[in-house]
Design a protein around this ligand. Structure first.
Ligand SMILES: [Zn+2]
Length: 283
């Protein structure tokens, strides 16, 4: 438990430039997992939410289209290709993920299709959009203090999926999973998957924890629902295929800060692996 609190605390301190999804989470739900499965180094995955022009952005979820284009251009110049997490995990299984970076967009804002997609297409990049399965075409009512933002409609999600963009599940109702009873966890993971598979007309294999909040029962529910992987945010004792850490990218992140964040990801990865291996060696 101490390790876990330490990880969360240092992750928060390290991400001091961003309020992060944790700031949006009701305090009672902020704890993450207890025990730890064996972990390994994790791929580099960037976390975006909204790409738009926004006057008011209390949760710092929005990156302007100009800044986004600059960030994507920077990745391209560095010889990296942005891909969906589905593609990243496949490439990784074959040891071909060297030059790849996962690009993820949480919540399924309508501005993904309007601003992010054309910029990504210009570079031949792909990405994953994690959508709230029962809120398509509605808005982000769960973020009480921020501006209302439109979410992708059923038709838009269908079109994005058929154009090759990965659509993953962000659960139902944008609810944090830790602390929910087992039957509710099963509904969150299985029902959201079923709804989205109808919309995209194919398998949905990626899950993304609302608020990045994950504990052991939540990760087990996601695995048991048949997903191939799941995205969290912070490194933790649960770090692994069903709690992939991600790097927050905000509107203040230019080239220098992106480079620093990549270094920080590697460092946290090394520390997490070390903690995992120490725990395994314990009698
Ligand atoms: Zn979210």
């Amino acid at each position: 438990m101490d390790d876990e609190r330490g990880t969360v605390r240092s992750a928060r301190a390290g991400a001091s430039d961003a309020p992060s999804d944790r700031a949006r989470l009701p305090r009672s739900r902020r704890t993450v997992g207890e025990a730890a499965p064996p972990g390994s180094s994790s791929p580099w995955i960037l976390m975006y939410h909204s790409v738009a022009v926004e006057e008011e952005d209390p949760y710092q979820l929005t990156v302007s289209p100009e800044r986004f284009a600059e960030q994507i251009g920077w990745l391209h110049r560095r010889g990296r290709r942005g891909v969906s997490v589905r593609e990243l995990m496949r490439a990784r299984a074959q040891g071909r993920d060297d030059k790849l970076v996962g690009l993820t967009f949480d919540d399924g804002y309508a501005d993904f299709a309007r601003y992010a997609v054309p910029i990504l297409q210009a570079y031949g990049f792909t990405a994953t959009a994690y959508v709230v399965a029962d809120l398509l075409g509605q808005d982000n009512g769960w973020d009480t203090e921020g501006p209302r933002k439109k979410l992708l409609t059923v038709q838009e999600v269908t079109e994005l999926a058929s154009a090759g963009w990965e659509i993953g599940s962000h659960g139902l109702g944008h609810q944090a999973l830790p602390g929910l009873p087992a039957d509710v966890l099963a509904v969150q993971t299985r029902e959201s998957r079923r709804l989205l598979e109808e919309v995209v007309g194919g398998p949905v294999t990626g899950f993304c924890y609302p608020y990045g909040a994950v504990d052991r029962p939540a990760a087990a529910a996601v695995r048991d629902a048949g997903y191939d992987y799941a995205c969290a945010i912070a490194h933790s004792p649960l770090t692994g295929r069903f709690a992939l850490p991600r790097c927050y990218v905000g509107d203040r992140d230019g080239a220098w800060r992106l480079r620093a964040k990549k270094g920080r990801h590697r460092l946290r990865d090394a520390v997490t692996s070390l903690k995992h291996s120490r725990r395994e060696r314990r009698p």
